[in-house]
Ligand binder design. Structure first.
Ligand code: NAP
Length: 255
């Protein structure tokens, strides 16, 4: 079924857009009519995503950008590059860049803890702040910031103390941003995926994946497009009265 064109004429930035959920989100937003700035650490992955995006009836172009979301100077440069390329700030931001470095608490290193917090939580902070600042400066009355958290941030998961803490932080940050930015017409929401079939979950041992799959009431791992569908809804005016919310996309799993 063809996607509706709810985002015609809008500009979206998608971080982590070179892979997995971020790539599916970029594809879905483009199919709904948005121009998309695809951001990733990996230049060729971001460009590959752009090659897969359909241009809309308005002839919108999409573009790839390289940035480390956890480095403030990278994020500042990124926002300048996006604004000079598209002559406006993005009114949709989906922050999907994220990493895991799984280890049991008793063996977790300080370095692995810091790195996961730096990319997942600080990166979300820097992107949220940069997009919000640009939108407020432009005098916007409409924006949608969507941060990708995780169900693990709510319920914890063995081997993921650093990751669970970072994702709990993403949810709290987003709820607070929602309260502060509502007066500018900027909505902020978190999507909490469960187990989604992407390169990130390819690192998880098959026997662990099988165990989790057996716990999912809908009977399967999620696809990146399952998450992208919800992001497109949150980006559109169909969710105009939703802010500060966390939406679980888990197939019903409750760990
Ligand atoms: P993925 O396929 O590994 O994609 C993550 C992307 O983020 C990769 O392209 C990665 O680039 C990029 N990235 C990593 N660090 C970055 C940085 N510092 N700056 C910019 N880009 C960076 O993983 P995914 O499964 O799609 O995950 C997307 C998001 O969903 C993450 O936030 C993840 O925590 C969350 N999530 C995933 C699941 C799941 O089951 N898959 C469940 C819950 C939540 P490189 O490949 O070059 O490192």
């Amino acid at each position: 079924m063809a996607a509706p064109l709810r985002l015609l004429g809008r500009l979206a930035v998608v971080t982590g857009g070179g892979s997995g959920i971020g790539r599916a989100v970029a594809q879905r937003l483009a199919r709904e009519g948005a121009a998309v700035a695809v951001v990733d650490l990996n230049d060729s992955a971001a460009n590959e995503t752009v090659q897969t995006l359909s241009s809309d009836q308005l002839g919108h172009e999409h573009a790839a950008f390289v940035a480390d979301v956890s480095a403030s100077e990278n994020v500042e440069r990124l926002m300048n590059q996006i604004q000079s390329r598209f002559s406006r700030p993005p009114c949709i931001s989906v922050n999907s860049a994220g990493v895991t470095m799984d280890e049991f608490l008793l063996r977790q290193t300080e370095e692995a803890f810091d790195l996961v917090l730096k990319v997942n939580l600080k990166g979300t902070f820097l992107i949220t702040q940069a997009v919000a600042r640009a939108l407020v400066a432009s005098g916007t009355t409409r924006g949608s910031i969507i941060n990708i958290g995780s169900i693990v941030g709510k319920v914890g998961n063995v081997g993921q103390t650093n990751y669970a803490a970072s994702k709990a932080g993403v949810e709290a940050l987003t709820k607070t941003a929602a309260k502060e930015l509502a007066r500018y017409g900027i909505r902020c929401n978190t999507v909490l995926p469960g187990f989604i079939d992407t390169p990130m979950t390819e690192k998880v041992p098959q026997k662990v994946l099988d165990k989790f799959a057996g716990m999912i009431p809908l009977g399967r791992l999620g696809n990146p497009s399952d998450v992208a569908d919800v992001c497109a809804f949150l980006a559109s005016d169909d969710s105009g009265y939703i802010t500060g919310a966390s939406i679980e996309v888990t197939g019903g799993v409750f760990l």
